[in-house]
Design a protein around this ligand. Structure first.
Ligand SMILES: Nc1ncnc2c1ncn2[C@@H]1O[C@H](COP(=O)(O)OP(=O)(O)OP(=O)(O)O)[C@@H](O)[C@H]1O
Ligand SMILES: [Mg+2]
Length: 262
């Protein structure tokens, strides 16, 4: 059964999309079947795997979420990506309207779960790339997910606003998603040359303890360049430190999933 992970942090630009693309591509390279789901109206995930402006035969995630009757088959929404075994449900600008169009719909927080639940047996990992907000799109992702992966930019305000995400997760555990877990906290854009980076990393580890991934993602220009070529860094510059870091993260995710639950 595939595991559904929402990549979320309502702070913008912390590495959610970069992590979604590159962790997923590294898992696919290790033989896993992976599905990427873009629920951000910015569509960065979609363009980052070379599918900007493309819709599948059944449209985009927007069509599935705001359909009058719930959509429960993901097949017509799948687009291939440059990586074998890695598929995408794309997003485009229409999705901006979904935050409002979802409001009057029945089970509006559960639309994504209804779509993805039946797809579990076809993929080993399903990653949902969230927008930088805690609106209905992110709520849909948190309701659909088994766990949340939280990227944290190693800078002074890293933990700012995180209380809102953690509070939202607590509320969902009380109602719509009792089993929602933290998949892990990932330190991103780490610059080992600065004391600040070291200090932030230490603070985050003190707070989230063993929930923090051992793997730390360094600041690496290749990670920033790869999406403009529509490629994961693995296919853009496999020897880069960024590619190495996300391969290490994939190994850690595989190890953790093999270990018995604590
Ligand atoms: N480790 C890294 N080293 C260098 N640049 C990075 C790294 N991670 C991400 N970036 C760049 O930083 C910017 C923000 O990253 P990204 O888009 O992944 O963040 P995000 O959390 O998805 O943003 P948003 O909240 O807008 O969706 C992008 O231009 C990306 O290419
Ligand atoms: Mg993003």
């Amino acid at each position: 059964m595939g595991r559904i992970v929402a990549v979320a942090n309502q702070k913008g630009g912390v590495g959610k999309t970069t992590t979604t693309i590159n962790l997923a591509a590294s898992l696919a390279a290790a033989g896993r079947r992976v599905l990427l789901v873009d629920v951000d109206p910015q569509g960065n995930l979609t363009s980052g795997v070379g599918q900007k402006g493309r819709a599948a035969a059944g449209g985009t995630i927007y069509d599935a979420l705001v359909s009058t009757t719930a959509v429960t088959d993901v097949t017509p929404l799948l687009l291939p990506t440059p990586v074998d075994r890695m598929w995408l449900v794309p997003a485009d600008r229409n999705l901006t309207g979904a935050e409002i169009e979802l409001v009057p719909l029945a089970r509006r927080e559960e639309r994504l779960r209804l779509l993805l639940e039946p797809a579990r047996d076809r993929f080993d990992h399903i990653f949902i790339d969230c927008p930088p907000s805690l609106g209905l799109l992110t709520l849909n992702a948190l309701v659909a997910a088994d766990a949340v992966l939280i990227p944290l930019h190693c800078e002074y305000f890293a933990l700012e606003g995180l209380a809102d995400l953690v509070g939202t997760m607590r509320r969902l555990r009380g109602a719509l998603n009792p089993a929602l877990d933290i998949e892990g906290v990932l330190l991103t854009m780490f610059d080992e040359r600065t004391n600040l980076g070291q200090q932030v990393a230490a603070d985050v580890r003190a707070f989230f303890k063993e929930k923090v991934f051992r793997t730390v993602i360094p600041r690496n220009v290749r990670l920033g360049e790869a999406p403009s070529h529509g490629l994961p860094v693995l296919l853009y510059d496999v020897k880069s430190r960024g590619a190495e870091a996300y391969l290490a993260l994939a190994r850690e995710v595989i190890e953790r999933s093999a270990a018995p639950a604590a």
